[in-house]
Design a protein. Sequence first.
Length: 282
Amino acid sequence: MSKIRVTQLDNQVYSPLVSKILLFFYKNVEFPFRLRILSIVERLLGNKRIITKTQFGFEIGIDRADLIQRTIFYDGIYEPEMSLLFSDTLKKNDTFYDIGANIGFYTCLALQKKVKYVVAFEPDDISYKVLLLNIELNSYNRNKYEIVNKGVSNISGNLDFWRSNVANTGISSFIPIENSTFETKKIVIDLDSFFKETKNLPTVMKIDVEGWEKFVIQGMKNPIYTSKLRCIFLETEVDKNKNIIDTCIINFLEAHKFQIKHLERQNNILERFENFMCYRNI
């Protein structure tokens, strides 16, 4: 009996030809026990990632066991209510910060839009390696991005990191949740400290860190560094009326004169964490 996999696949992909064949059978052909047979075929081929093209034109290596990646696999997009707006919002002269980049869907989307520069933060070592893989798959200009294998918080130091099951790798975080397992301590940095060392200050930012948002926000105390920040795409906890719960986040947005727009999910189902577009004229 084979062992049940609990973590996502590493950064190995099938060849473009094998990926194309697997994509065809997964998406277009129905036959008895299709998924079971295809799973056996994949295991015989070495259990690698399937290269998939997104609706935005970039390619990404998919582990179908993960919820986010499986959605991209079948739909070619993730969070359409946010990613489409995100794509339309980006400008050529933008510097985009991806806080909680995961496997790089938004990082690759920004690079595909040919923004000025991208900085992506991802503390999970597996997701970090897959993020690098997905950038390499698309041959993006190495001078246009920086990928940081660290978390973001209100301090610079080390924090306990909790890994979620392969079924939803995107909820791994610095907060223990049900069925997550302690992995190790991860290096974190506050953004003000990072800003001091870079010439690439953000104009657009995405924060998706599974409940750690307020600590990311608390690490941006110096308004000099955020003076050009015109838009924040934020996932954070809400109440039953779809209002942001954390007063620290609300106070930051109000103090910096951001307008807050809730992004309604296409299925109209209210989740514990919802997406917002926070924007201002500067």
